[in-house]
Write a protein that binds this ligand. Sequence first.
Ligand SMILES: *Cc1c(COP(=O)(O)O)cnc(C)c1O
Length: 395
Amino acid sequence: MEDKPSKRGTATSSVHGGELRQQEANAITTPIYQTSTFWFKNSQEVTDYQEGKTKREEYGRYGNPTWRAVERKLSELEGGEETVLFASGMCAATTTFLALLQEGSHLIVTSDCYRRTRQFIDEFLSRMGVEVSIIEPSNLDQFEAAIRKNTAIFFTESPTNPYLRVTDVPAFVEVARAHDVKIIIDSTFATPINHRPLEEGADLVIHSATKYLGGHNDLLAGTVSGSSEIVTPIRKALGVLGGIIDSHGAWLLLRGLKTLSLRMERHNGNGLEVARHLETHPKIRQVWYPALESHPDFAIANRSMSGCGGVVTFEIETDLEGAMRFIDSTRVPYQAPSLGGVESLIELPVTMSFWDYDAEQRKSWGITDSLVRFACGIEAAEDLIADIDQALESV
Ligand SMILES: *Cc1c(COP(=O)(O)O)cnc(C)c1O
């Protein structure tokens, strides 16, 4: 018996969604099913299963009851029929592309696409004969102009990294539907608490669950949610490619998800307070945060998102050395890639994610030497602000 009334608040779905009310030994929590395979009592059970007469687990690469609970919880949170769980966000994205694109398909992505996703497109999909067009984030005119007869998918993050550009999903869906193009939103920076693209007509939502969904900087995972029709071939591809999460990782994700709604309230509050404070600071050149009126997508975010998360991007009035001094002077955040965990993380995109690109290329993406990405955790906002202020004194 799954605990799933028709419609309830995301705080309730975070806690109860997808959980079986009745567990072995009347336990409250879902067990870690640490097993690689599942046995059949007799040959009849095997044939009944093969003919689809019974629903059960078969072999660990095709499913495990611990991941099923995570998949159901996320389906409820995203408002999708079905969710598939993967070993990482990259695995979710690459398996999805491999499942849905064919030789000769055309894919549209945005210029600020996650670097490894871009690398997969350039190094692997191109070998498969997939054509690619790149447009500016949230640029509807460029999207419409880029569509060809063979366009199969438009893929974008929303908000994007590091400038937090927000896609007007309903507007993109209207154009995409007219041309039979599927829209995939990487909603990692939003989470289903802040934005639900499936309810706005997107075909699939992808997450790096490593970030907010897990939320504790302690696991890697990825998810894809959507209608059963589009998710089924992706699940089949996962069974072939094999990028499955282990049941302990799935259990950690399930545990993390129970506090998602609560954590997002704090991430949203901290992000907004830090962004507002930075905007008034004389040593800050510019701040990017979609809940600020100065952000190019303020109106879209205001309409479609209920919060803008913990990531704040800003440029300091200084050079690379000054920016490094600033980062090295902070005491609360850890200097590390990633975001979305309870601990605040800070990085200079130029030294962390874009180090192996030449200066010209970095410039074309707007990655300047004094650009900082601050991923607020769930600490007290005043402590984050005080720490930023004291660290800015070193600039
Ligand atoms: C981190 C991230 C990914 C990659 O996810 P992993 O879990 O690290 O594999 C993809 N997209 C976005 C937006 C991310 O932040």
